[in-house]
Ligand binder design. Structure first.
Ligand SMILES: O=C(O)COP(=O)(O)O
Ligand SMILES: [Mg+2]
Length: 222
């Protein structure tokens, strides 16, 4: 089947890289850096929203022009901010096993395309994914289901499991009517019970079992 993954907060913790980019910009504006907790709570709806939240948190008045200026500085640095990202435990093995089993793997992230591709290359993920849909590649962003729909279509259609960490991912899966496995150790803000999901897991060594169950449900529905 197709297994589509979110990136930030699901496969990798990229908050330290984003924190460094933000600190650089805020420092230039005479403002205090963001904590990792702040960064993690700001990620999930794309870089534009992240920049708005950063400006708001450091009381930088947001006009469209000011946002555009700071956003420009942010994305310019974001593209090379890859050194501090780390995989969540078990991710590399889980992806390798799923790939070896012949599943088609997709990536569906709100992270803008250039930083998404840069961090994928840095982490050795390029050969793993058959399809990548990142921020800016389609007109809308998650939780609009379009990104996920496009990703599934490019994977060739058919049964799909979506794996993500945030409220945005849970809403996206629901809107796209795709079964959803929630990784609970990423950047979610709500209790697990309040987020729509078909499975929840706290370690990637459980993903095999979830994929087996998702396939069994799919077969039963056919
Ligand atoms: O960059 C973001 O805001 C989110 O990225 P994600 O969709 O991979 O969680
Ligand atoms: Mg995420």
């Amino acid at each position: 089947m197709n297994i589509v993954f979110d990136l930030d907060g699901t496969l990798i913790d990229s908050a330290p890289d984003i924190q460094a980019v933000a600190a650089d910009i805020l420092n230039g504006l005479g403002k205090a850096p963001l904590s990792l907790e702040e960064v993690r709570s700001f990620v999930g709806e794309g870089a534009g929203v992240l920049v708005s939240r950063m400006m708001n948190a450091r009381e930088i008045p947001e006009t469209p022009a000011r946002h555009a200026e700071i956003y420009g500085q942010f994305v310019a640095r974001y593209e090379s901010a890859v050194d501090l990202a780390v995989f969540y435990p078990g991710v590399v093995d889980a992806l390798a096993v799923l790939k070896a089993q012949g599943h088609r793997l997709g990536l569906c992230t709100n992270k803008p395309e250039l930083p998404a591709r840069a961090v994928m290359r840095h982490m050795g993920l390029d050969p793993v994914f058959d399809v990548v849909i990142a921020g800016g590649m389609v007109a809308s962003r998650k939780p609009d289901p379009e990104m996920l729909h496009v990703c599934i279509a490019e994977l060739g259609g058919g049964p799909t499991l979506y794996v993500g960490d945030s409220e945005t991912d849970a809403q996206t899966a629901r809107a796209a009517a795709v079964p959803f496995a929630l990784y609970t150790e990423g950047y979610r803000k709500s209790p697990v019970a309040e987020m729509p999901h078909d499975w929840a897991f706290d370690h990637f060594d459980r993903l095999q079992e979830i994929v087996r169950e998702a396939r069994a449900r799919q077969t039963a529905a056919e």
